[in-house]
Design a binder for this molecule. Structure first.
Ligand SMILES: C[S@@+](CC[C@H](N)C(=O)[O-])C[C@H]1O[C@@H](n2cnc3c(N)ncnc32)[C@H](O)[C@@H]1O
Length: 287
């Protein structure tokens, strides 16, 4: 058989459509385990994302992948890659920058005034770390002026793949265009390899950061700290209202009285039974 024939027969064997029943099995699972809504309009998207794994595993159909995924072996070995293809990890440095201004202009001065010098911040769906390192840059800048203060930062996510990226702290140089030049010079190191221009965050930025896997759907979070600020941005949008309300209540359990809570600009907590008062659009304080 020549190469063309080979490719042809492979394509013939491949079942290119995610059937309704395979879609339902995956979407029910994704919703119940991770809270992520998968209505029927997301079928083509899910089909495309799973195809990547099916190709990598040399499988012939979505049903073969489904059988493998739900087997004990699949549940043990496939979750890492499954989560990395089904989650949407879009993020940026200084994304929705109003929160970083509010942090340094209102939250940190307020804590200083209350003699609370040990600041704890949690980025609860941190993706590949751009949000964490933005926080780290602006807080480091503040602390330079107020050395009596110190801080620690927790980043968590369900995708081990993005947590790994966050722990490396290496990003395409283009992605830091938005970072002010003075901060770039201070906190980001340019790669020598100019064919693939990247930056690496400085050890100072990484020093106070801990990263962990945490599924926000878990009934209780494996976290013993109380935070002054929780970032929960651009993740609630994937959950339905009931799940959003539960998640926010669980997060608030780890928020200090009068601690601050930030959500993404297209998210809302209005009419939810949550212990938060609205300070500004997308900025809340624990009641
Ligand atoms: C669009 S990114 C937002 C990243 C960052 N917070 C920002 O605003 O730029 C959403 C992140 O939420 C994570 N995520 C989705 N469902 C989750 C869950 N049940 N528990 C924890 N993280 C989740 C995804 O893996 C993804 O990295």
């Amino acid at each position: 058989m020549n190469l063309d024939e080979n490719m042809h027969s492979d394509m013939d064997c491949f079942k290119a459509e995610l059937s309704s029943s395979d879609f339902k099995a995956f979407s029910d699972y994704i919703y119940s385990e991770y809270g992520i809504k998968m209505p029927d309009i997301k079928r083509v998207m899910l089909q495309g994302r799973l195809l990547k794994r099916i190709r990598e595993l040399n499988m012939k159909s979505y049903s073969e992948y489904r059988k493998y995924f739900f087997s004990p072996e699949g549940q043990k070995n496939e979750l890492y890659d499954f989560l990395s293809v089904i989650t949407t990890n879009k993020t940026d440095f200084f994304r929705e920058s109003v929160h970083f201004d509010f942090l340094t202009q209102v939250v940190l001065p307020e804590l200083l005034q209350k003699n609370r010098f040990d600041v704890k911040i949690w980025s609860s769906a941190c993706s590949s770390g751009e949000e964490l390192y933005t926080i780290s840059m602006v807080v480091n800048e503040f602390i330079e002026e107020h050395p009596q203060m110190k801080f620690s930062l927790l980043g968590s996510d369900i995708s081990a793949n993005v947590i790994e990226k966050a722990s490396k702290g290496v990003y395409p140089e283009k992605s830091v265009d938005i970072v002010p030049l003075s901060l770039k010079r201070k906190y980001l190191l340019r790669s020598k390899d100019r064919t693939n221009p990247t930056v690496r965050v400085s050890p100072l930025l990484q020093k106070n950061i801990k990263l962990k896997y945490q599924n926000l759907m878990d009934p209780v979070y494996d976290i013993n700290e109380t935070f002054d600020v929780i970032f929960c941005r651009n993740v609630l949008i994937y959950f339905d209202r009931e799940t959003q309300e539960k998640v926010i209540n669980k997060l608030c359990h780890h928020l200090a009285p009068d601690g601050y809570f930030f959500i993404g600009h297209s998210e809302s907590v209005s009419n939810m039974n949550v212990p938060l008062e609205n300070i500004k659009p997308t900025i809340f304080r624990k009641k």
